[in-house]
Design a binder for this molecule. Structure first.
Ligand SMILES: [Zn+2]
Ligand SMILES: [Zn+2]
Length: 272
């Protein structure tokens, strides 16, 4: 069986439509212009399901796409749009038997998650015999800090991770077989480009925020220039704002690259 990636959300941190906005994209009838916050689900040929980021929209995304199992989670970085769905991981841990989900991220992101969600990631300090967990429970996630550029096995599947500059923080790039996911980044270091070109990446999913330059994300032209350097067989654009209309962006990408480069949309499934 082939590996598949289910694109759960393709929007920037506000999502599209933006609350209160009446622009053409926000009011568009094309469902491909409706973008929830970014999460992906990898479904490997061996049957392992790995969620990349717990977006703010995770509950809706899981219900809409009938996601009923998650074996492992990867957090790319600690920003709210990628982590604030973390409590909606609870149903994936319900038993019997109760399940603890291994959760992979960078050391920086792990530190941040421990301080932002101590009731999940510092349970020993928050709860005790005197003050036990009462009521609805908490997601049972076990943090694993991953090294950069070294193979990490997740349920027998081989992954590689690299750090990408993203403003005051860094985002974890995720590589699984011929798929590379490079979201929320201002640039892509040469060593990552070399790794991806040597590997012959078939499907690159890459940050593409908006037409204008931005302090912490790739603009459309910057994204296109990296695609040209990395030369994947196919590239999907993600994390778009309401400044980008789906059909127009499709045409722009096709004009420069042909049909192999395209904006992604929520609910899309791609093989790799
Ligand atoms: Zn983001
Ligand atoms: Zn708008």
């Amino acid at each position: 069986m082939k590996n598949k990636v289910l694109i759960l959300g393709t929007g920037t941190s506000t999502g599209v439509p933006v609350i209160g906005c009446h622009c053409e994209v926000c009011e568009s009838d094309n469902p491909k212009n409706q973008r929830m916050r970014c999460s992906l689900l990898l479904h490997t040929g061996s049957g392992v399901k790995v969620l990349i980021d717990a977006s703010t929209d995770l509950r809706t995304q899981a219900l809409k796409n009938k996601v009923d199992k998650i074996d492992a989670v990867i957090f790319t970085h600690d920003h709210a749009d990628h982590t604030h769905g973390v409590d909606d991981l609870r149903p994936f841990c319900f038993g019997p038997p109760q399940k603890e989900i291994p959760t992979y991220t960078s050391t920086t992101c792990a530190e941040s998650l421990r301080s932002r969600f101590p009731y999940i990631f510092k349970q020993d300090e928050v709860f005790s015999k005197k003050k036990p967990i009462l009521g609805g429970g908490i997601p049972r996630l076990k943090l694993v800090e991953v090294p950069e550029g070294v193979e990490v096995k997740i349920f027998g599947e081989s992954f590689f991770f690299f750090l990408l500059p993203h403003g005051h923080t860094q985002t974890l790039a995720v590589v699984h077989q011929k798929l590379a996911y490079l979201v929320d980044c201002k640039s892509i270091p040469d060593k990552v480009i070399d790794f991806l070109t040597n590997r012959g990446v078939e499907l690159l999913i890459i940050d593409c925020l908006k037409p204008q330059a931005h302090q912490t994300h790739l603009s459309v032209n910057e994204s296109f220039d990296y695609i040209e350097k990395i030369t994947p067989k196919r590239a999907g654009l993600i994390h778009m704002t309401h400044d980008l209309e789906h059909t127009e962006l499709s045409q722009l990408a096709e004009k420069r690259f042909g049909p192999g480069v395209f904006p992604l949309y929520d609910g899309q499934i791609l093989e790799y």
